[in-house]
Ligand binder design. Structure first.
Ligand code: MN
Length: 229
């Protein structure tokens, strides 16, 4: 058997202090998982069940990349997020078992074409074009769980050209990491290589060509990308 053309390259993410790489299976994202962000998007942050959307695995981009300003938008937004990287999976994972499937953590940007998202919301249409475009998931190197120093007090933040735009703490998550893994596994069979973007704190806003975007989660990682033309 041979393929009719060279198969696509396996998308992957760097692992901190290692030459090994994390092969990406799928990218799942949680919508509105911080109360203040839910309010700024016009939603109600009561604990309604978490909702999920996906990005293609090859949307991942390395720390330090220049991200081309995407097509068909005039309102590209930043969303800084804690990313959970899975080393195992399963269906219907119990909350108390969820931490067993975690390989490590990173910090990622859920880049969003906000104008296309608004159109999709208004029309009741899918979010793929708003969320799943090329280069829409820059992510730091992943730090293995054993080396990470993450706690509920860890701050998550993002600055643009040195100006602080987003600030929150992991304690602000409406659905915890373990609850998110458990809920997601009721919808999909999770697999090693899955990445979960866990939602963004308040302060999302527009990016422009030339912007330098820096994000971090204390005890996990930092991420820096530039927006190109
Ligand atoms: Mn997001």
């Amino acid at each position: 058997m041979s393929y009719i053309f060279e198969p696509p390259r396996q998308p992957s993410v760097a692992i901190k202090n290692s030459d090994d790489r994390f092969p990406v299976h799928r990218i799942y994202c949680v919508g509105q998982n911080y109360a203040a962000h839910t309010r700024e998007m016009g939603g109600d942050p009561d604990r309604t069940p978490p909702f999920f959307f996906c990005k293609p695995a090859d949307a991942v981009q390395e720390d330090g990349t220049i991200i081309a300003y995407p097509q068909m938008t005039e309102n590209l937004h930043h969303e800084i997020e804690l990313v959970v990287a899975l080393k195992a999976g399963g269906k219907n994972i119990k909350v108390e078992d969820a931490s067993n499937v975690i390989f490590g953590y990173g910090v990622g940007l859920d880049l969003t074409r906000r104008d296309l998202q608004k159109k999709a919301k208004d029309a009741g249409g899918p979010w793929d074009a708003a969320k799943g475009f090329d280069q829409s998931a820059p992510i730091s190197a992943i730090i293995p769980k054993s080396a990470a120093n993450i706690s509920l007090d860890s701050q998550i933040k993002l600055s643009v050209n040195g100006e602080l735009r987003q600030l929150g703490s992991i304690n602000d998550l409406i659905w915890s990491i373990d609850e998110t893994i458990s809920a997601l596994s009721t919808l999909f069979e999770l697999k090693p290589g899955d990445l979960i973007f866990t939602g963004t704190p308040a302060g999302v806003g527009p990016l422009f060509p030339g912007d330098v975007v820096e994000g971090s989660v204390d005890g996990v990682a930092t991420l820096k990308v530039c927006i190109g033309n």
